[in-house]
Ligand binder design. Sequence first.
Ligand code: PLP
Length: 473
Amino acid sequence: MSISPLAPAWLSYPEDANALRPIEWAGGVARTGNGELAVQGIGVAELAKEFGTPLFVLDEDDFRARARGFKQAFDAAFADLCGGVDVYYAGKAFLSTEVARWVTAEGLRLDTCSGGEMAVARVAGVPAANLSLHGNNKSVDEIRTALEIDLGRIVVDSLDELERVALLARETGKRANVMLRLTPGVHASTHEFIATAHEDQKFGLSMIELGEEPSPAAAAVSYALTHPELNLLGLHAHIGSQIFEAEGFELAARKLLSFQAEIKNKHGVELPELDLGGGYGIAYTEADTPREPAVLAAAMADVVAATARELGISIPRISIEPGRAIAGTSTFTLYETGVRKTVQVQAEDGTLSPRRYVSVDGGMSDNARPVLYDADYTAVLASRVTESEPIVSRVVGKHCESGDIVVRDVYLPEDVAAGDLLAVPGTGAYCWALASNYNYLGRPAVVAVRNGAARAIIRRETEADLLARDLGA
Ligand SMILES: *Cc1c(COP(=O)(O)O)cnc(C)c1O
């Protein structure tokens, strides 16, 4: 066997299919002496036996270290500019009460974007002042709750919403802390960012003037500054996801600071805060080349300092909102393999070439990202090591969809067989959070490993759970 013509250009033929690329795995993951994959010394066979499969296996120490790492790196880079950075963990990536407690204990704050996420944070005991509320269509109830609990900040997404927040603030007798989410015309993803007016989407207030009319962003600032029930803290932008380079963040920072200078000229006010959003990328496969937080923080700090100096404005307190870069790599999904199938596929050169399909006991219900975003993942045989030749394989789920793919392209050992355990790294963000009950599969448990001990932080859904809301059952 050798390089398959079916392999995409980025996928290299593995010298050793048992090897782990460290950048894709949590810090506590390694193979033990007998070759089994383990987290902090706990083997996957034991985890599968105790908690079942599919299973989200989360290295809590790794998660916390990444949370702490962001806070420390950005604090260090911005210490002399604005005294440090407020890091809001984007809860939508993966949230449970335990996770909310971890990020709080590590000195982070928490982004929520629904009543449900706020409820998790409150049950976890996160101080309301540490919470923010996002969303392009917040309900009256969600806004009212935020006001009643004195939530730290509401990130307002439109003029309609700003008026609604003002109305509800008057009604509840509260002063609303608001940030304004703008669309700075920068849209970034992975290696590329498009510095054009990315206007055609649902989020944020446009910065483009409409003839003689001020831009929606400028109108929102005027409105907020003339309504005393609104406490305008600052501007916000979130430019995309899975971003590797600093340029997109730098460009957004420049645009927001320039707007901040315009606000100063027009209204004589210097807004005290500025949020540069999330989107820091991680390594899902060997094709991904994320930067260390310290590298990005240093680049962003330089741009913020230089731009503020040029514009003659003071530097606002900076905040950021990483989600994936904290949760993503902390977790792998453990599956048990079942049916294998080998098909002959016509390669581009016309020759037939084998592709191995390896079915697992989960699929698009526990990882919707390949279906939703064409996302790539990798996988390794976890229950053992083998000398068997690698073959181009596709890891598929058990759902009634041919698009039910977990890993589109990976070289797996030929002898992977029913009953083996397979691990897919990088599933800590937007996997459990996007999980469904398609085909009446129960959603998997999440197990956290800390100090060499494993415990479930979310239990597996049972058939009783699946039937619990069926009023005819
Ligand atoms: C999704 C989101 C984030 C987090 O994005 P990541 O790519 O997970 O870092 C941060 N801020 C906002 C407003 C978001 O919508």
